[in-house]
Design a protein around this ligand. Structure first.
Ligand SMILES: [Zn+2]
Length: 95
């Protein structure tokens, strides 16, 4: 089973750094809704990271309100992985 840990929006901003605008411009408005059968914006989402260092948004469709997930393959980008690992390590130490 894939393990997922929750991230805060602030932690996600730290991971994206200078690429944060890409997240807002390209990820948020480009989610697939299986009810609308089209590309929609995701709203009211929660952020998770899995054991592959990929980020998952779990939220709702801005149009119909049904659940929408967005999988982001940050685990394939070394720069993101370094930051994700740092954040998760810090999080473990604070517990
Ligand atoms: Zn929809």
């Amino acid at each position: 089973m894939k393990k997922e840990l929750p991230l805060t929006l602030q932690q996600l901003k730290t991971i994206y750094g200078e690429d944060w605008y890409l997240f807002i411009k390209e990820i948020i408005p480009n989610c697939f809704c299986s009810t609308c059968l089209g590309v929609v914006s995701i709203v009211n989402y929660k952020i998770f990271v899995n054991n592959l260092n990929d980020i998952i948004l779990r939220g709702h469709c801005a149009v119909c309100g049904n659940p929408v997930n967005r999988y982001i393959e940050t685990g394939e980008d070394e720069e993101y992985v370094i930051k994700i690992k740092k954040i998760l390590k810090l999080q473990r130490e604070l517990k």
